[in-house]
Ligand binder design. Structure first.
Ligand code: SAM
Length: 215
């Protein structure tokens, strides 16, 4: 069996080959133990570049997806970042390793509780909320960056409203089968939109997301 350091080096090498060149971000991937965010039965797949199932029929995103979205956001130390879809908590940990001030919302109670406990035990200071993240987190707005880690039918208006001027929102938008990554930058006149790669996420379910409760 490979040593954990070798497995992590292998993952970082894969991310680099796929175009993730930001050294600080790659260091964050080296630092965070992904095996802590999945069940022990899946331990041997922890550092593969694949999404994996977590509880409640949800997923921990593929490391490349986490890296790509984070790189697109150009996270800087001290920035206030809102994440929608805490899930396992892995993306939150990566953001915290970049010295961001992280606010994260999850709609499923079990995942919220698990992630809050785990990230607390790992020593991260992160703000957690159990709620429908499509409405954002008004109390602490505005945010420098917002990252949505579930696929939306459209861009939630509430999230755009909670961005600083100059702030960026990254969100997968499309059908429930496939989405394109939208990056919305708020400026003084309104917003500017760029569209990136195709991804496949679990659905963003809520008032400004998919309305079905099937998941
Ligand atoms: N960032 C996660 C990670 O690192 O493990 C990825 C989680 S998974 C791909 C997406 C998560 O979004 C799921 O846990 C799901 O329950 C959550 N979700 C879906 N709709 C939501 C909503 N309206 N508000 C908050 N969380 C939501």
């Amino acid at each position: 069996m490979l040593l954990i350091e070798e497995e992590k080096k292998g993952l970082v090498e894969t991310l680099w080959q796929k175009g993730i060149k930001d050294e600080t971000l790659l260091k964050a991937f080296y630092k965070v133990d992904r095996e802590k965010f999945i069940s022990s039965a899946l331990r041997k797949f922890a550092y593969d570049d694949n999404a994996l199932p977590i509880e409640c029929a949800q997923t921990i995103s593929q490391p490349f997806t986490v890296a790509y979205m984070t790189q697109v956001l150009q996270v800087k130390p001290g920035e206030k970042i809102l994440e929608i879809g805490t899930g396992s908590g892995y993306q939150s940990a990566i953001l915290a390793e970049l010295s961001a001030d992280v606010y994260t919302i999850e709609r499923i109670e079990k995942l919220y509780t698990n992630a809050k406990k785990l990230l607390g035990e790992m020593g991260y200071i992160i703000h957690f909320k159990l709620d429908d993240g499509t409405l954002g987190w008004e109390e602490y707005a505005p945010y420098d960056k917002i990252i949505v880690t579930a696929g939306a039918p459209d861009v939630p208006h509430s999230l755009v409203e909670q961005l600083t001027v100059g702030g960026k929102l990254v969100i997968p938008v499309g059908s429930q089968e496939s989405q394109r990554l939208f990056v919305i930058t708020r400026n003084e006149k309104g917003t500017e939109k760029k569209i990136y790669e195709h991804f496949k996420f679990v659905p963003l379910i809520g008032e400004e997301g998919w309305r079905n409760k099937g998941q």
